[in-house]
Design a protein around this ligand. Sequence first.
Ligand code: AP5
Ligand code: MG
Ligand code: ZN
Length: 225
Amino acid sequence: MSRTVLILLGAPGAGKGTQAVRLAQTLGLPHISTGDLFRANLAGGTDLGDRARSFMDQGELVPDELVLEMLFDRVSQEDCLAGYLLDGFPRTTAQAVALEARLENLVPTVIDIQVPDSDIEERIVGRRMCKDCGAIYHLTFSAPAQEGTCNACSGPLYQRKDDTAAVVRTRLEEYHQKTAPLISFYSERGGVSAVDGRLKPDLVFEACIASIQGSNQGSGHGVNN
Ligand code: AP5
Ligand code: MG
Ligand code: ZN
């Protein structure tokens, strides 16, 4: 059976979640965001949520062992048999190594959505999310038709607790120190497609699709078994 594992790399606010929703729909893959999984655990008051809370609130990465257990449990579910799209995972070399061991000889397709640090704070501080369906908005770049209300489901919009100027600085430091090295990690393996995340979301989406098609045709990356 052919399986595709797609990884979206990128700084906080680069547009991983925005693109992941459309890509998952177009490619027919489940969208797995470790940030969303942690937020669901926080909202549900689980033990995992309690253990992740202080790290997330401060903008630090959650320890690898908590992330890996949660992620591997999720990708063991039946909807992931034909593949999945990872948004926000892996974030450390240890996570990438653990995923590599699990995927055995399957080489993931990796896209790096690139946005300069100078653009990130404005994106993060202006982001609003739907409490009911998780849709992502921005007060100026992607405003809802009616203030405070989701276009898709009429749910209330809220601001993530870690979406402040102070916390975003720590999130960016964590990204540069621990996650950015994964670009080299994957470049040395199946390769990484760089996509310009400063473009309009529709153009970023088209660039992602083009790079996925390119890597599938080129050398079989992302399709295996
Ligand atoms: P997570 O939820 O993954 O947050 P993140 O990586 O900081 O990324 P974001 O969700 O902030 O940004 P995004 O790239 O999805 O951007 P979006 O599309 O929303 O993680 C949160 C926390 O959980 C971490 O800090 C950590 O504590 C923990 N965690 C999660 N995974 C972990 C792991 N694997 N290991 C350890 N800890 C982990 O867009 C942002 C804004 O920009 C929106 O307002 C959007 O409308 C706007 N926008 C999007 N695209 C464009 C565009 N092209 N032009 C203009 N505006 C745009
Ligand atoms: Mg996100
Ligand atoms: Zn909604």
